[in-house]
Design a protein around this ligand. Structure first.
Ligand code: GLV
Length: 325
């Protein structure tokens, strides 16, 4: 019997590859840090029944056109804005992702970024290594209090709830904005639902976790940053497209907001010419929200399991429904 071909667009934990190899001929773009070139991807998917992808690949109409035998696309991520879902659904291609599995790791990193940005941790670490530390100073590298501050969470999904649980441990006053109200979270964590504007006006830390959709495109722009307190910290752990980066740069530069912690950018990898990187009050990370060893390994295995289910034509563990997006 002919074994189906699977294209894995990046080096993966061996456990995931071994799972796939039991059922399929597997092509792996064997690099940790370099994305598969488009020409290689287009060539390799020609006879592929499955693609195991990640946030860095664009699985668009051109790729789908090049892959007439495709049955399943599986991404090792919760977000799937890099995949043309509508087009894939039209062609009957199943799509898998890995929600749930990365909730706590991503909430940990997002909260770490919040603390690092508020308390200037990355700046302080660089200060020491660059030999700038001459003496202890009363107001040297002073930041914003986290404990007891007000946090505003935009997007109260699984990760938003994870952040809220951590914030409750820091005795923070929790505000949130979401498409729908979450009565359980309001009750268990004493979180207050409010309009976006009210959240922006009242929060000391604004944490953006909304998925990237046409509705959330550039949802944080000049108007929104102007509403924030001049002492407030903005954290983005969602997608860069949700933010107008020029407006963010100006808000940080002009002191309209105090600092930003960014794990995601409009263009990734972010260009060294991006003006945001020139600001000392920006803590920038390379999209590592879910990057703990355990979590990334589990994500890879679940993505492989989703892919195998798609090849077999059975239900995926976690399936993105094209008609619901
Ligand atoms: C990461 O950004 C993800 O969507 O899992």
């Amino acid at each position: 019997m002919n074994r189906p071909k699977v294209v894995v667009t990046r080096r993966m934990p061996q456990e995931a590859i071994e799972l796939l190899e039991k059922e399929a001929n597997v092509y792996v773009w064997d690099s940790e840090e370099t994305a598969i070139p488009q020409t290689v991807l287009l060539e390799q998917v020609k006879d592929a029944a499955g693609i195991l992808t990640n946030v860095a690949d664009s699985i668009d109409k051109e790729v789908l056109d090049a892959a007439p035998s495709l049955k399943v696309i599986s991404t090792m991520a919760v977000g799937y804005d890099n995949i043309d879902i509508a087009e894939a659904a039209r062609r009957g291609i199943a799509i898998g992702h890995t929600p749930g599995i990365l909730t706590e790791a991503t909430a940990d990193l997002t909260f770490a970024l919040l603390m690092a940005s508020g308390r200037r941790v990355a700046e302080g670490a660089a200060y020491v290594k660059e030999g700038k530390w001459k003496s202890w100073g009363p107001m040297l590298l002073t930041g914003q209090d986290v404990y007891g501050a007000t946090i505003g969470i935009i997007g109260m999904g699984r990760i938003g709830e994870g952040i809220a649980r951590r914030a409750a441990g820091f005795d923070m006053n929790i505000l949130y904005h979401n498409r729908s109200r979450k009565p359980d979270i309001e009750k268990s964590l004493n979180a207050e639902y409010c309009s976006l504007d009210s959240l922006l006006e009242r929060s000391d830390f604004v944490v953006l976790l909304a998925p990237s959709t046409p509705e959330t495109y550039r949802m944080m722009g000049e108007r929104e940053f102007k509403l924030m307190k001049s002492s407030a910290v903005f954290i983005n752990a969602s997608r860069g497209k949700n933010v107008d980066e020029q407006a963010l740069y100006e808000a940080l530069q002009d002191g309209e907001i105090w600092a930003a912690g960014l794990d995601v950018f409009d263009e990734e990898p972010v260009s060294l010419d991006n003006p945001l990187l020139s600001l000392s009050n920006v803590t920038a990370l390379p999209h590592i929200g879910s990057a703990s060893i355990k979590t990334r390994t589990k994500m890879a295995v679940v993505a492989a399991q989703n892919l195998l289910a798609g090849l077999a034509g059975t239900e995926l563990l976690f399936e993105v429904k094209g008609d619901t997006v």
